[in-house]
Design a protein around this ligand. Structure first.
Ligand code: HEC
Length: 211
């Protein structure tokens, strides 16, 4: 005898509803679980219609990774003169790096470039301090746009163009960056995590020459 139409073998509406609710809950948990590791939408990279990266408005509230001076690379930097670089990343991306030794999708590493002041009679002769804003260099991991990309944003601009895939940014970062194409060897608070999770490349492969 066929069970079709037989109320004894077909699940009742209540059971179907219960199963549906369970499926929806499971799906919601999976979606939340998958997105949890990424920076929240408000911190995710955003673009103009032409594909320029919008300057993240809130980056000064992000996690601070390092500050360096005179690491600029004459051929690449906006001015070619000594600058301070202050590096910020979304707090969620930093937490995720600390847990895995690698960057999650939608990571934005933003380098704020500032001028170098000195020769202030009030200070020690060698003292150097930060001055006006010169622009930004940004390294973005976005799977929707082919993973890692580099952008330059001028001081005062609200967005900036991507560098071509053939730009030196890519080759130098891929060859010399200690973890996931980023220069973690110069970000002291992250070195431990990269070593712990085995994502730290041989430190002898440091960037050749200054940048
Ligand atoms: C010759 C090597 C070299 C080249 C070429 C280079 N970089 Fe870097 N980059 C570095 C080094 C070294 C650091 C370490 C931090 C610093 O400079 O303070 C760095 C750090 C960065 C960071 C901070 C996040 C990270 O990935 O570690 C950004 C953003 C960045 N560079 C952008 C660029 C852009 C944009 C270009 C191309 C226009 C570029 N870089 C070209 C060597 C290079």
């Amino acid at each position: 005898m066929s069970g079709l139409g037989d109320p004894r073998v077909l699940p009742d509406t209540k059971t179907i509803m219960r199963q549906r609710t369970k499926t929806i809950l499971l799906l919601a948990t999976a979606v939340l679980g998958a997105t949890y590791a990424q920076p929240p939408a408000k911190d995710a990279p955003q673009y103009t219609k032409d594909g320029e990266l919008l300057l993240p408005r809130d980056y000064r509230n992000w996690s601070f990774l390092s500050s360096s001076v005179s690491m600029s690379y004459p051929e690449e930097g906006p001015g070619g003169h000594a600058m301070f670089g202050n590096l910020f990343v979304q707090p969620t991306a930093r937490e995720q790096f600390e847990k895995t030794g690698t960057w999650p999708d939608k990571t934005v590493l933003l380098m704020e470039l500032r001028g170098v002041g000195g020769n202030d009679p009030f200070l020690n002769k060698d003292a150097q301090f930060q001055t006006d804003l010169h622009g930004y260099e940004v390294h973005v991991k976005d799977s929707a746009r082919g993973d890692w990309a580099f952008y330059g944003i001028r001081s005062g601009a609200t967005s900036g163009k991507a560098f071509e895939k053939t730009a030196k940014c890519f080759s130098c970062h891929e060859t010399h960056g200690a973890a996931d194409t980023t220069f973690v060897q110069y970000y002291p608070t992250l070195i431990g995590a990269a070593k712990q999770y085995g994502t730290y490349k041989d430190p002898s492969r440091k960037a050749s020459g200054a940048r």
